[in-house]
Write a protein that binds this ligand. Structure first.
Ligand code: NDP
Ligand code: MG
Length: 385
């Protein structure tokens, strides 16, 4: 059997590294064609040598020279710049694009890969938050399969295999993030260090903060709408602190299917790469060691971001793009100690209040809405970058 040729975008990140673990475990099935990073050129170079990549891209052009020099005695091609990331994703010798980029930067590479009918293993949920309607239409037009890596969506996808009846609802589980045991009054003093300690998952900094505000859960509701074609009122969220039930699907007869297991992203990553087959992995969940699974309603007062996400989903157009861009700026500012924790959601609200709204956006409109939302968040936070 021919090996699947992979372009891995964001290879130095949390999902990127775990994707390389799967490739390492299954070198008979996969080969790496291209790897990309933003600034971590040292790790990128080491990965490229280990996996004998054809090419690498460093998105931040300032690191082109050290990367190029470190690969000088190999025949690995070295490119730099944001547009090169999208270019390598669309190369002819790529079968599957794993998009493990973070933020808005993931949108155009996904689009370019879809236009070449690649299989997309999608971790970058912002692709669908920002441009879900356009992206799903293109994916249909170019017959480009989109396989979710996000654990909740992978769970739902697995629950739907073999089903053809209409759904009553999707039930997305939510760990509650790093601050779930903190009283609401304490949120105003939360530091980045505190918010970065996620109880179940070790992930990149941005998604860990998004999990603590529940912006991430809101984004997952939006992501679910586009992947599975259900309206907002058929997508519910339930807090499940153990993160063992990865999400559920309820049918019209009242039957509910769930996908369970250890919280470990290797599973959804390998499923996205191997579907309709499964990997053989040394992973054994013990019910006896996890005797208690609990469920509770999300506190919508403590976590206003979830309702904001439902709201922008119902509004459609550029609203979710505005939410995403302002959140990216505010999260970066919070991580850099330039604003308080509660300013994250306030920046989103401010941007949504003041942004232009376009109901049937093109890709150019998303780009403009993204820029505007970043400017508005900066204005609210009184910062320059
Ligand atoms: P990380 O921050 O760990 O990694 C991001 C990767 O993208 C790195 O390789 C980084 O390079 C690169 N990158 C960052 N910004 C840019 C940019 N502007 N242009 C090009 N490349 C860039 O993120 P995660 O792996 O945690 O998350 C990736 C995506 O997967 C996100 O959309 C997240 O929401 C989603 N996801 C993640 C989960 C997880 O467990 N981590 C779970 C479910 C979804 P460099 O290292 O050089 O900075
Ligand atoms: Mg998730």
């Amino acid at each position: 059997m021919e090996r699947q040729r992979i372009a891995l975008l964001g290879s130095t990140g949390s999902i990127g590294e775990q994707t390389l673990d799967i490739v390492r475990e299954n070198s008979n099935l996969f080969e790496i064609v291209t790897l990309t990073a933003h600034s971590n050129w040292k790790r990128l170079a080491a990965q490229a040598v280990e996996f004998n990549a054809d090419s690498v891209v460093i998105a931040d052009e300032r690191y082109y020279t050290p990367l190029k020099e470190s690969l000088a005695d190999t025949d690995i091609k070295v490119y730099a710049g944001q547009s090169a990331v999208a270019q390598v994703a669309a190369e002819q010798n790529v079968d599957v694009v794993v998009n493990a980029l973070v933020g808005y930067a993931g949108l155009i590479p996904t689009v370019e890969a879809i236009k070449r009918s690649k299989k997309i293993a999608l971790a970058n949920k912002e692709t669908l938050v920002v441009g879900g309607e356009t992206v799903m239409k293109l994916a249909e037009q170019y017959r480009s399969p989109i396989l979710p890596i996000d654990s909740e969506h992978s769970a739902i996808f697995q629950c739907l295999i073999g089903e053809r009846s209409p759904l009553r609802r999707l039930i997305i589980t939510c760990s509650g993030g790093s601050l779930r045991d903190l009283p609401i009054e304490a949120l105003k003093d939360v530091t980045p260090e505190q918010a970065l300690k996620h109880p179940q998952w070790t992930m990149g900094a941005k998604i860990t903060i998004d999990s603590s505000t529940l912006v991430n859960k809101g984004f997952e509701v939006i992501e679910a709408k586009w992947l599975f074609g259900l309206d907002a009122d058929k997508i519910s969220v339930i807090q499940h602190p153990q993160s063992v039930v990865h999400s559920m699907v309820e049918f019209e007869d009242g039957a509910i299917k769930a996908q369970l297991g250890t919280p470990d992203m290797h599973m959804p990553i390998s499923f996205a790469l191997m579907y309709p087959n499964r990997a053989v992995r040394d992973e054994h969940f013990s019910f006896a060691d996890n005797p208690t699974l609990t469920f509770e309603e999300v506190n919508r007062i403590k976590y206003p971001a979830l309702d904001i996400a439902y709201d922008v989903l119902r509004r459609g157009g550029t609203a979710a793009c505005t939410m995403n861009g302002s959140n990216e700026v505010a999260v970066a500012a919070f991580l850099a100690h330039k604003c308080g924790y509660l300013d994250i959601v306030r920046s989103i609200e401010y941007a949504l209040e003041h942004a232009q709204f376009i109901s049937n956006p093109t890709l150019e409109d998303y780009a403009a809405a993204d820029i505007e939302s970043r400017r508005l968040a900066q204005q609210y936070l009184k910062i320059t970058e």
